[in-house]
Design a protein around this ligand. Sequence first.
Ligand code: ATP
Ligand code: MG
Ligand code: MG
Length: 381
Amino acid sequence: MQVLVYGAGQLAQMMYLDGAALGINVMAVDVNNNTVVHPVSKSPLDCTLEQAIELADALTVEFEHVPETLLEQAQASGKLYPGIEAILVGADRVREKQLLSGLDIPNCPYQIVDDLAQLDECVARLGERLIIKASRDGYDGYGQWRLKAASDLPALKTQLANLDLQAVPLVVEKMLNFDREVSLIGARSKSGEVVVYPLAENLHHEGQLHVSVAPATNSTEALTEQACDIFTKLVNGMDYVGVLAVELFQCGDELLVNELAPRVHNSGHWSQAGSPTSQFENNLRAVLDLPLGLAVNTGGEASVSAMINIIGCDDHKLALLGIGGTHLHWYGKTVRPKRKMGHINVTASDYAALGEKLSALAGYLSLEHFPQLQEEAARLA
Ligand code: ATP
Ligand code: MG
Ligand code: MG
């Protein structure tokens, strides 16, 4: 079987690697020039995009910001999973908020702004601590601005003056004092089978994911149930097929949806080492209508997992594999500041052992690029 993935980055690469074991071939589309490439070497394959679409049993995406004309062409094949509507929800915060409100799913208080003058009203309604998000094309905290005090509003307006808000409105959110960030990743297959992974607990730094731990510490049954209810409402509401990631803020006992990713997600990378079925394999299974695989922590020496992103540095020191239960994924990209270069998965029998392993890992890494590693190691141990 063949799957065509829009986007030729590390997520397509990891789908390819898991597909290969099943005899499923994954091809990638470089959406910058509409060529079909090998997901690992990135070398052009000997076929046009139209031929690859024809050849593929299913089409899917590794990121939501695929040009809409390409998505329409993909949708027209009848083989795009998730479908264009779900992908556009993930690509456009205005549609995302409309979906969440329509399904009555708790999310962060917000206002849509298509004229800078409306920002005063936002401050009056939502408070002076705001996070302002471009409704399209943002990721890893790009396309976001923060307001910390009403007195900074004039300066912020000057900064935003060049944006075409009629074309791309802003979603202005109240800055929440959440207790922590968690995410739920799950898959729904074409025939409607659903699996969800345990909640992951996510540490961000400057708007970017740095560390995930799964299962999230202190994940009560009530919390898990709440997250699963949200997931079920979403996949049924969108008639969704594939892996869906739901980013959540935990405030006390309540979960609020931050955003949706209509694809495999960085906070699910732990599943490569910590679960019998990775999110990448489950995405392939879901879009090809194969039975889904177990989405649990494996147990034993892999009862708990952590994923550490390698960001903006060349730290792929193979010696760290000497720490038991440690796996490295290197994406093979050129180093740039804030660029995700690879990740390390660590599994352990319990949180204390996981903490010890993270602490040992810190000895191999240039810690200025891993700002939360030692603190997280200490928390778990
Ligand atoms: P991603 O790479 O996950 O797609 P993104 O650029 O789409 O990121 P968000 O997930 O919306 O952006 O925000 C990035 C981070 O900023 C969040 O994970 C959270 O840490 C912080 N953040 C976002 N919205 C809020 C909010 N309303 N209140 C407080 N913090 C927030
Ligand atoms: Mg996002
Ligand atoms: Mg996010």
